[in-house]
Design a protein around this ligand. Structure first.
Ligand code: AMP
Length: 216
């Protein structure tokens, strides 16, 4: 059983937040709230929010704080969040972190831990530009380090693998710049509040072990 269950996964694009979420969720029934996944679904469905977000995401920029914060506030009231959650890719700015604290306080809840995935930038670029995602089950692969058994097909569900539009070299570099400028200050923000745990390294199994030792 996890002692700490209300979690934020903080880290640059490609740091492994999604991969480690999937590994943790295989053992623990937490709600997985990925703002990137929610926004991609809104874009695909052509909703108002999706129309606002689509072009911004393609350029590798951040969508407005209020838009994502509202989506997350609503999502946090769903019954599956009662037993804990992973916020994967949110908050990404200091105003978002303040909005999250206010939304949780309204629900009489608070964060138990913010896990910071610390990965060198050259590794991030390599990972992002070689990343493949499954259309069926959101599994994540990498052409170089974690290829699927059959090219283009998901090992788990047989779904089609695709490269995200924002994983091109230029957009990936842009997203890393935005991480440095707007999201990295959250490391100090949460450190000051005594909520930060840093997981460092490149091996998923080892990182999962570090995180479980902190959460259990
Ligand atoms: P991700 O899948 O987490 O890499 O997110 C993909 C894209 O969705 C980002 O590059 C942003 O354009 C947008 N996005 C996801 N989460 C946020 C957030 N918390 N704040 C602003 N934009 C976000």
């Amino acid at each position: 059983m996890l002692k700490r269950k209300n979690l934020v996964f903080l880290g640059a694009p490609g740091a492994g937040k999604g991969t480690i979420s999937n590994l943790l969720l295989a053992k623990h029934p937490l709600a997985h709230i990925s703002t990137g996944d929610i926004l991609r679904a809104e874009v695909a469905a052509g909703t108002e929010a999706g129309k606002k977000a689509g072009a911004i995401m393609k350029a590798g920029k951040l969508v407005p704080d209020e838009l994502v914060a509202d989506m997350v506030s609503r999502r946090l009231t769903a019954p599956d969040c009662e037993n804990g959650f992973i916020l994967d890719g949110f908050p990404r700015t200091i105003p978002q972190a303040d909005l999250l604290a206010a939304a949780l306080a309204k629900l009489g809840r608070s964060l138990d831990r913010v896990i910071y995935f610390k990965v060198p930038e050259e590794v991030l670029i390599q990972r992002l530009t070689a990343r493949l995602c499954c259309r069926g089950c959101d599994a994540i692969y990498n052409k170089l380090f974690m290829p699927p058994k059959v090219e283009g097909k998901c090992d788990k569900c047989g779904g089609e693998l695709y490269q995200r539009a924002d994983d091109s070299l230029e957009t990936a570099q842009n997203r890393l710049k935005i991480f440095r400028e707007q999201t990295a200050p959250l490391v100090e923000y949460y450190e000051k509040r005594g909520q930060l745990f840093t997981a460092a390294g490149e091996d998923s199994a080892d990182i999962l072990k570090q995180i479980l030792a902190d959460l259990e």
